[in-house]
Design a protein around this ligand. Structure first.
Ligand SMILES: NC(=O)c1ccc[n+]([C@@H]2O[C@H](COP(=O)([O-])OP(=O)(O)OC[C@H]3O[C@@H](n4cnc5c(N)ncnc54)[C@H](OP(=O)(O)O)[C@@H]3O)[C@@H](O)[C@H]2O)c1
Length: 307
């Protein structure tokens, strides 16, 4: 785990916090997010020199600081994640539909935590723009969090295809479109972490939100397959399945406070779980067991329930 953000002077004295990266002829060696001991650094450098010698590569190495790209950065969960990662010394790259709305957060992160931060325009529904959006970023991020989502109105969606389309495209197609681009790049680099925020709603269709739930079910399956594919290239994919979170998405809903997390709690859990390379995170933890019960109710009984 990274230590809290250091001042510029402290960083200069202690040297770069992350190990060197060698990216030549498709070979990428990374030692990020690790607090290496001095001897660890020496061993790593010797190892890199040895590989360079074997491949007859020039000895220049590039140092990369850890960075996170947050997609859907105006969301309450995304904003809490931005604070959590910045507090831990990460550069935070924010992306949302209206870039100018992100400017106050960019400034806040820079001043409060003394980290780099920037904002970019991103629309999950503008599939054609996704490749250019990603390739035009100032640099390739070490982590990406896909946070955007749209609950929508299930009743309205049943009679209005536009609403249905938006629910399906924001939560599934848009996420798949941008993550395909990012995962391909990370697999080529043989390094990176992808965090996808899905939902417990994807575990069983319920009458109250089955369109949203079906899109999240698709997203969960996508992330599972992507994790399997990426594993062989050293890229980690984590699925987050929150229960209730107190955000603008659930505003006005009568939520049980004991089963409802704050965005800050979700952000802390995500930070810790991603560092531990967890595959699936339920937050709050009891949702894992609640969903086990819900998914084990026989269909003939479940269809009679009003959930
Ligand atoms: N709240 C919960 O109880 C709960 C539970 C389980 C899972 N989740 C998931 O957690 C994630 C974060 O949700 P939240 O609770 O923080 O909700 P939120 O505050 O309502 O955030 C949703 C965000 O998605 C963005 N978005 C919607 N359509 C978009 C598009 N076409 N392109 C780019 N961004 C778009 C919105 O951007 P604008 O600001 O531009 O509208 C908004 O910032 C979502 O994936 C959600 O499905 C939430």
């Amino acid at each position: 785990m990274l230590s809290p953000a250091k001042t510029g002077e402290e960083q200069e004295r202690s040297g770069p916090r992350h190990g060197p990266v060698l990216a030549q002829k498709g070979l990428v060696l990374h030692q990020q997010n690790l607090s290496l001991t001095k001897s660890g650094v020496v061993i790593t450098q010797l190892l890199i020199q040895y590989v360079q010698k074997q491949l007859s590569l020039p000895t220049k190495s590039i140092t990369v600081m850890s960075s996170i790209l947050i997609l859907g950065a105006m969301s309450d969960v995304a904003q809490a994640m931005a604070h959590e990662y910045a507090k831990n010394g990460y550069e935070v790259i924010l992306a949302a539909r209206k870039k100018e709305r992100l400017e106050p957060l960019v400034k806040d992160l820079q001043v409060r935590y003394n980290v780099k931060s920037s904002a970019f325009e991103f629309d999950a529904l503008d599939f054609k723009s996704h490749f250019d959006f990603y390739t035009n970023l100032p640099h390739e991020p070490t982590m990406v969090a896909c946070v955007f989502g749209y609950l929508g109105d299930t009743k309205k969606a049943l009679i209005d295809w536009k609403e249905t389309e938006q629910i399906l495209h924001v939560n599934y197609t848009g996420a798949v479109s941008i993550l395909n681009v990012i995962a391909s790049n990370m697999m080529e680099r043989k390094h990176g972490t992808i965090i996808g925020i899905s939902s417990v709603a994807g575990e069983r269709g319920r009458q109250s939100n089955f369109l949203y739930g079906s899109a999240k079910a698709g997203f969960t399956a996508y992330l599972s397959g992507l994790r399997n594919k990426c594993f062989h290239s050293g890229v980690h994919v984590m699925t987050v399945k929150p229960g209730f979170i107190k955000t603008s998405m659930t505003q006005g809903m009568p939520l049980n406070p004991k089963l409802t997390a704050t965005p800050q709690k979700i952000a802390r859990d995500i930070f810790k779980a991603a560092n531990k390379k967890k595959n699936v995170l339920y937050s709050l933890w009891m949702w894992k067991y609640i969903m086990k019960i819900i998914t084990s109710i026989p269909e003939f009984m479940f269809k009679k329930m009003k959930m």
